[in-house]
Design a binder for this molecule. Structure first.
Ligand SMILES: O=C(O)CCC(=O)C(=O)O
Length: 280
């Protein structure tokens, strides 16, 4: 194993993680699978009603107007950013207890929501370029290294062999940067709607080609170390008045939080939560 999950960092955390693993064998199995293969799948994480609620809230934004602008976003894919300013039901995915239990174990306390977007892959889409999600903004952080982030991909439609299911390269979170996947090392993640794929941010993956005549809708919340810049500028995407409707947990993930020691993240000398108006 390259990395030992940290349950929140600090050296005080090894005991906490051991206690969590002992109390929750399913969590322990998922962490073991991520350590070895780089990913796990939580089936049935969302009920059909939750899936439907998320789809209903997203539908105004999925009218074919927000198509990807390049090969990475996918010119036959819709991409909806700033999701927590548009579809509040997505918060249920972002703070899903089983997903956050995994993230708690792999990142340090006060980790952040780095990105949260919807990806609706249309028929005719080609495979995305292979990539990792936990880039470090141009700083030197060669692999193999610990993950700087954890990503989830929630299936709102079933992921099938033909509709653009995410493709992963199991074990590639342990690879050096210069190793490229060979075709026999690539696996499609086939999962029913309501499932969540959770993976180390340094796992090689991509969105698949859609050779079907249907859509493949997914939500991908991505979490990063508290000291790493978020991919999306979340406190601008979700300003205080909008953040007010969410739990303190979600507010903290957005960046209305302080990292100690250092009082990092203050605004005008105060905790950023002070800017969030009280909900009447
Ligand atoms: O749509 C997918 O299955 C994967 C998308 C992805 O990895 C990304 O855009 O970062």
């Amino acid at each position: 194993m390259l990395f030992e999950p940290t349950a929140g960092s600090g050296k005080n955390s090894a005991d906490l993680l051991a206690a969590r693993r002992a109390a929750d064998p399913q969590l322990a199995a998922r962490l073991d699978q991520i350590a070895e293969h780089g990913y796990c799948v939580i089936e049935g994480a969302f009920t059909p009603e939750q899936v439907q609620r998320a789809k209903t809230e997203l539908s105004p934004w999925l009218q074919g107007e927000l198509m990807g602008r390049n090969n990475f976003e996918g010119e036959h894919s819709e991409r909806v950013y700033a999701l927590l300013a548009k579809a509040p039901a997505i918060a249920e995915m972002i703070e899903h207890a089983e997903v956050l239990a995994i993230v708690d174990a792999l990142l340090t306390p006060n980790y952040l929501l780095s990105a949260a977007l919807a990806i609706n892959v249309h028929p005719g889409e080609t495979p995305q370029p292979f990539h990792i999600d936990d880039n470090a903004g141009g700083t030197s952080s060669p692999k193999p290294r610990e993950p700087l982030g954890v990503s989830a991909i929630w299936a709102l439609d079933e992921f099938t062999r033909t509709n653009g299911a995410t493709e992963i390269v199991p074990g590639s979170h342990l690879w050096a940067d210069d190793r490229q996947p060979k075709s026999h090392e690539i696996e499609q993640v086939l999962m029913p709607a309501g499932s969540a794929l959770v993976f180390a941010g340094n796992l090689i993956h991509r969105g698949g080609a859609n050779r079907s005549d249907g859509l493949r809708l997914a939500i991908t919340p991505q979490y990063c170390m508290p000291w790493l810049r978020q991919i999306e500028n979340m406190v601008l995407a979700v300003p205080p008045e909008t953040a007010a409707q969410y739990s303190e947990r979600v507010q903290g993930l957005l960046g209305y939080s302080i990292v100690e020691p250092g009082f990092m993240g203050y605004v005008d000398g105060r905790h950023p939560r002070a800017l969030i108006p009280a909900v009447p």
